[in-house]
Design a protein around this ligand. Structure first.
Ligand SMILES: Cc1cc2nc3c(=O)[nH]c(=O)nc-3n(C[C@H](O)[C@H](O)[C@H](O)COP(=O)(O)O)c2cc1C
Length: 304
């Protein structure tokens, strides 16, 4: 039987257990005459109803299972229940992922890049909007061109930051961002730009053969968070596949401030850009895990 909003419930198969009603975040489904029925007006297409149904009575027309088909490995379509994953192995993977700044001169296949995007899109997104976008540079010469354009942006920025008048203006008219930039980054960026121009060294993308730019299309309720969650999935997935990655905040900053860079990447102006990941086969190897600084934790007891 065809529901109104992309969900089909087979009333012959439905046993009326009500599990789909319990897990539906939009209250789209309710029991009618002892069987599940689509009665709500909204559906965020999360697929919880389909995933939970013991009778396989639910189908969702708008959810593509292809997104869980990968080129380089297979995923069993059986839900791993709460507590069934190995937290020790999960944390080992998370802590083993390190920012990679040395890459082999070896391209990454489109198959693997597509797999990474699919891995990214298993992340949650606000109201399940999935409005993330992935712009992929799959060849080193494209990454170099992108790097040249980012370099040009930072050359201009450094020129401005070196001028005390601009820094004063930035203090008077804003929060003194140019001043902060001058103190924190001016010297290191200058050196990196010189090395790029004189010796062809790539301290921006670290010689990576590929780059994924992750953004959000217009209308996402939480576009930044969605993109960053997808990014973290990609970083972890890449490590598992055998690829090194490094987030490149400098490139994000350049894209945000210089619309011409979006243009050369064919990213529409209105699209937000939230992460740039350099990636490739790693030319570095670690012996052990290292820790982090102690985190700032608080357990407030509001109202007491
Ligand atoms: C938002 C963000 C921006 C970053 N930007 C850069 C960058 O531009 N260049 C770089 O080499 N590393 C960059 N990194 C990597 C960090 O330096 C790195 O994550 C941190 O030192 C911890 O090391 P790990 O990733 O190996 O655990 C960035 C990381 C984050 C989270």
């Amino acid at each position: 039987m065809v529901g109104e909003i992309g969900i089909d419930i087979d009333r012959q198969k439905c046993t009326g257990c009500g599990l789909c009603v319990e897990v539906c975040p939009d209250r789209t489904i309710s029991l009618e005459d002892g069987r599940a029925a689509v009665t709500g007006e909204r559906c965020m297409e999360c697929g919880h109803c389909l995933a939970v149904c013991p009778a396989e009575a639910v189908a969702a027309r708008t959810i593509a299972l292809e997104s869980l088909r990968f080129n380089s490995f297979e995923v069993e379509n059986r839900w791993l229940k709460w507590g069934d994953a190995d937290p020790a192995e999960l944390v080992r993977l998370m802590a083993s992922r390190r920012s990679c700044r040395n890459y082999l001169d070896r391209p990454v296949s489109r198959d693997l890049l597509e797999d990474l995007v699919r891995i990214g899109t298993t992340a949650p997104s606000g109201t399940n909007s999935q409005k993330w976008t992935f712009t992929i540079l799959e060849r080193r010469n494209q990454v170099e061109k992108f790097g040249d354009r980012v370099g040009l942006f930072f050359r201009k920025l450094n020129k401005m930051a070196a001028n005390p008048l601009y820094r004063l203006l930035s203090r008077l008219t804003g929060k003194g961002e140019l001043d902060n930039y001058y103190r924190r980054y001016y010297d290191s960026v200058s050196k990196a730009l010189d090395l790029r121009e004189k010796e062809g060294r790539d301290l921006l993308f670290h010689g990576a053969p590929a780059v994924i730019v992750i953004g959000s299309a217009e209308g996402a309720s939480c576009g930044v968070e969605d993109a960053l969650l997808a990014s973290q999935n990609i970083l972890l997935g890449a490590h598992a596949i055998g690829l090194g990655t490094c987030l490149i905040g400098f490139a994000v900053s350049a894209i945000k401030h210089d619309p011409a860079i979006k243009e050369i990447l064919a990213i529409p102006r209105r699209e937000g850009v939230h992460a740039v990941i350099a990636l490739g086969y790693p030319a570095e190897h670690y012996q052990r895990l290292t820790g982090r600084r102690p985190p700032r934790i608080r357990f407030p007891e509001p109202g007491e």
